[in-house]
Design a protein around this ligand. Structure first.
Ligand code: CU
Length: 506
């Protein structure tokens, strides 16, 4: 059995490449959905990062503006010297008769914080837009048992075959056809077979240890999110300690940059019902330490999802949990938000599908839900805030610089994504990319890039409606937590939905 396993290992050395998946800005939601302007052209972009790094990212683009002749795409590091030297771009294809739908494929060659830069040429001139993409190996994929068994049998066949060929050669190769085999030649054959067998087993064992060493080496590159220890300190202070479980050397705990006004965004959800949700902003203390004076919190087990962004624009979501007693703490202030709802029904139960959420102050939030929701499909999640009379709210305010913030959480906790009107990329990374695009030269044309024109970030006449581009990574039951602000009130609307399997071809 050992022999078989080792043999399989060796045989697979060439076949089995350690599969990896991209790192998550979020948890379990690797695809990037972003929306923005390339000069005069409004683009909706989906980037599906590769399963392997290096690997090929699949890119889909829908233009909301007509008149595009050609779109060029190039992968560029988000920061650093290399970000100034973009490679020769590829041209996107139009796979269908739809002239505003484009697809493309790009190699992502290394782990890190990347952007895909779209250069759009058309009747209104040239514009540039970038989609930040965080890429890192996420794990190794195991072999299917059926394939393993087949390869094991083939391996045994090879060993048996080689041993018997060597045996036959030693025994009979120098005899005339039909001649009797003398006992000395039989003995010689047995010795040759034994030696061959031992050599083969030695080769298999050596191969196995080589493969083991390679796998151990590779495991260093597999993305391990920062870990977080949560502790309740006297005075209702929540103490969060980040630690690095070991990954790439260049990851640091002291290089976080503010992402929409805060170094850390903490979603605290009572688990597993998600009937109490908080969106809070711990303050940083010593390296890797964050502290937060808790507001009043009902007792229970809480799951914590904390978003941080490194200096190079690489976002991470670190997950933890804590059991809290009933806490009567400070009042909510500033950007703090709280929401409550009925318990989420778990997988297997039909999801509540109400599309109206009423707030105590008479306002309500309406989800313009599509008829069907399937995994891997890009949607515009659209929510409207209405005043107590049922009219679109006229006193809308920006919440942390945007019209809205949404978190998509799967009932089993395997998916968590904190999204904005510009999409899934962190705002900090979007800002870095946009600042560069503003300076990026394009041969032979005037580049138009509107700084500060991110969706939902305009300051005049705020609409009562917010849209989030996003697609669910897989089927299941999800809770969507949406925050919008009117006057000085931050409203937290909560919606549930079940999501069907991805449609064919996705
Ligand atoms: Cu946010």
């Amino acid at each position: 059995m050992i022999r078989t396993r080792s043999l399989v290992t060796v045989l697979l050395c060439l076949l089995l490449i350690a599969f990896s998946a991209p790192a998550r800005a979020h948890v379990g939601s690797p695809d990037v959905y972003v929306e923005g302007n390339a000069g005069p052209y409004r683009l909706s972009v989906v980037v599906r990062p590769p399963l392997v790094i290096p690997g090929v990212a699949d890119i889909e683009l829908r233009s909301q503006t007509s008149g595009i002749d050609r779109i060029e795409i190039a992968p560029i590091p988000l920061t650093g010297e290399a970000s100034k030297y973009p490679p020769v771009p590829d041209t996107m294809q139009r796979p269908s008769a739809d002239s505003q739908y484009f697809t493309g494929h790009l190699w992502m060659m290394a782990t890190g914080s990347w952007q895909i830069r779209f250069t759009v040429h058309g009747s209104q001139g040239t514009g540039i837009f970038s989609a930040p993409v965080a890429a890192a190996a996420l794990g190794t994929r195991t072999m299917e048992p059926g394939l393993g068994l087949m390869l094991a049998l083939l391996g045994i066949l090879l060993v048996v075959g080689l041993v018997s060929i060597v045996g036959a050669a030693a025994r009979e190769s120098q005899l005339a056809p039909g001649a009797e085999v003398p006992p000395s030649r039989r003995r010689r054959a047995y010795v040759a077979m034994a030696v061959t067998f031992v050599l083969l087993i030695a080769a298999v064992l050596l191969g196995n240890s080589w493969w083991g060493a390679e796998a151990a080496d590779y495991s260093h590159y597999v993305y391990k999110p920062l870990e977080m220890q949560a502790q309740l300190q006297p005075g209702n202070v929540l103490d969060l300690r980040l630690s690095d479980p070991g990954w790439l050397k260049q990851r640091k705990l002291d290089d976080f940059i503010p992402d929409h006004d805060h170094l850390m965004h903490l979603y605290m959800l009572r688990w597993p019902a998600m009937d109490v949700v908080f969106h809070l902003h711990p303050e940083s203390g010593a390296t890797g330490e964050f502290r937060l004076a808790l507001p009043s919190v009902p007792a229970g087990e809480y799951r914590l999802y904390a978003d941080v962004v490194h200096e190079n624009g690489f976002p991470e979501t670190t997950v933890s949990s804590i059991k809290l007693p009933e806490i009567s703490g400070r009042a909510l202030t500033g950007d703090d938000a709280e929401g409550t709802s009925i318990a989420l029904r778990q997988a297997g139960e039909a999801a509540q599908t109400s599309t109206t959420y009423r707030f105590p102050d008479g306002y309500s939030m309406i989800w313009k839900r599509p008829d069907t929701l399937t995994a891997k499909t890009p949607y515009d999640f659209t929510f409207e805030l209405r005043d107590p009379e049922g009219h679109p709210a006229s006193d809308m305010a920006l919440y942390m610089g945007m019209l809205g913030h949404a978190a998509f959480v799967k009932s089993d906790g395997t998916v968590f994504a904190h999204i904005h009107p510009s999409g899934t990329a962190s705002m900090a990374a979007m800002m870095i990319a946009q600042a560069q695009n503003h300076q990026a030269p394009v041969a032979g044309s005037t580049v138009q890039n509107e700084m500060g024109s991110m969706p939902g970030m305009s300051h005049s006449a705020l609409p009562s409606m917010v849209r989030f581009p996003y697609g669910f990574p897989n089927p299941g039951t999800y809770r969507i937590i949406v925050q919008m602000k009117h006057g000085s009130v931050i409203e937290t609307g909560i919606f549930d939905t079940s999501v069907g399997p991805a449609r064919q071809g996705q």
